[in-house]
Design a protein around this ligand. Structure first.
Ligand code: LLP
Length: 414
């Protein structure tokens, strides 16, 4: 979906330079086709599963609608995300509310919306949900997020399934809490959940955790507590090394994940749920930027782009690698001379870089680049730091495209 056609980098049928001419830079561009392919990979792999897209990855309302139209549910983590999921028309029966610190008003919002389950992450939270439900004469549906204490081998900031992380409840405590919920007149236990981390490309820790969590559901079944589902969470990574997109590779990774990680749950007779975010939208986005200046200080070459860490914070925050491609290969082509550069932004700190020590064709003021694999946790983590406007967002679908979020204007800073 992102590839060179002749000398021009395209998204589906549209040269990215055509979007830049009308919308300017920095601009996020997304491929609707790629998002649909990833969703269908999940659905084909297990047609009985419920896939709840994790809104935190990318919450543009038009992207949410596209995801809802494919039959996905939603995994939300705040009142704001619940609001967006409802605005996008997600069936409340397919909405899950995850998160370690839900406020009372957010729990009440979930009751009012009639969502499928609140995933509880501590004993204290379970008692608060019970109390709020009791005060209103309700029965709240609760799932239990377990912390299986499995090392997912990803960046420590996005690892969540170890006991040193704040997430979930240890297995033994979780079993006790589900038994407690089953006895309560104001709680209905619905399922067990896990989420061991993000950007994990090795399947073994997922399988290990899925076995542990399934064992819990099986043990509870023999104690007479019938749970409906096992939620495998999200976490499947994408290939950040690749610039031009390769759907086949990612489709295979998704199908492999659903098949292998869901197997223990299916074998034990449970419905599988999952909460993918990055693997659905990550490869489907690119951040377009224009080079403002090229600078050599005798020690290094810098390309100063008009996008910075406020637009895309993943490189400095997680040492993430996002390939950078020139929009046009007209000058120099792929085989022409290259130099080693740092691609940096205009922000006043040295953590403001998009890539360090990468090889690019010689570029100069006015040239255009695309920072690839920027569909997940990219716009979603953008900010107005340094008084910079949040970028525009564009959705490409086949041979047509439209702005799905206009660029902010200075008045938005007030
Ligand atoms: N479910 C829960 C409960 C989560 O906390 C997350 C992500 C997901 C599902 C979706 O995980 P995914 O399939 O996207 O890996 N900002 C970081 C990623 C943080 C992930 C947080 N939780 C980054 O840019 O890499």
């Amino acid at each position: 979906m992102f590839k060179y056609v002749g000398n021009q980098l395209q998204c589906e049928g549209i040269p990215l330079s055509a979007i830049q001419k009308e919308v300017g830079t920095p601009t996020y561009v997304y491929s609707a086709g790629l998002i649909r392919q990833m969703m269908s990979a999940y659905q084909v792999a297990d047609p009985n599963a419920v896939f709840a897209y994790a809104l935190k990855a990318n919450q543009n309302i038009e992207i949410l609608k596209l995801i809802r139209e494919a039959g996905f549910g939603a995994d939300v983590t705040s009142g704001g995300e619940l609001f967006l999921a409802l605005e996008a028309g997600f069936d409340p029966e397919k909405i899950i509310f995850s998160g370690v610190g839900k406020r009372d008003d957010e729990i009440l919002m979930a009751f009012n919306a009639g969502i499928s389950a609140i995933h509880v992450e501590s004993p204290a939270e379970m008692y608060v949900i019970e109390k709020l439900a009791a005060e209103r004469g309700l029965r709240a549906k609760v799932g239990m997020r377990l912390n299986p204490n499995v090392d997912a081998e990803t960046h420590p900031y996005i690892s969540t399934g170890l006991l040193e992380n704040k997430f979930g409840v240890p297995i033994d405590a979780g079993i006790k809490l589900i038994k407690y919920a089953a006895e309560s007149p104001h709680l209905t236990p619905t399922g067990v959940a896990m989420h061991i981390g993000s950007q994990i490309r090795e399947i073994s820790s997922f399988v290990e955790a899925a076995n542990l969590v399934t064992d819990v559901a099986v043990e509870l079944k023999s104690a007479g507590i019938e749970l409906n589902y096992i939620d495998l969470g999200g976490g499947l990574g994408i290939n950040y090394q690749r610039g031009e997109s390769n759907s086949a590779e990612q489709i295979e990774a998704i199908q492999n994940w659903v098949t292998q990680v869901g197997e223990p749950a299916r074998d034990a007779g449970f419905v599988v749920k999952a909460e993918p975010g990055r693997s659905v939208v990550g490869a489907a986005g690119a951040l377009l930027s224009q080079i403002t200046f090229s600078k050599n200080n005798g020690a290094k070459n810098f390309l100063i782009a008009d996008a910075g860490m406020n637009d895309l914070i993943r490189p400095p925050l997680y040492s993430a690698h996002h390939p950078i491609l020139p929009l046009s290969l007209a000058r120099g082509g792929q085989s022409g001379p290259r130099s080693t550069v740092d691609v940096v932004g205009p922000i006043c700190e040295s953590s403001d870089f998009l890539a360090k020590n990468i090889q690019l064709p010689n570029m100069q003021r006015g040239d255009l680049i695309a920072v690839m694999n920027a569909g997940a946790y990219s716009f979603a983590m953008s900010s107005n730091y340094n008084g910079r406007l949040r970028p525009a967002e564009v959705l490409v679908d086949g041979d047509s495209w439209r702005v799905i979020r206009p660029r902010q204007q200075y008045a938005d800073l007030l």
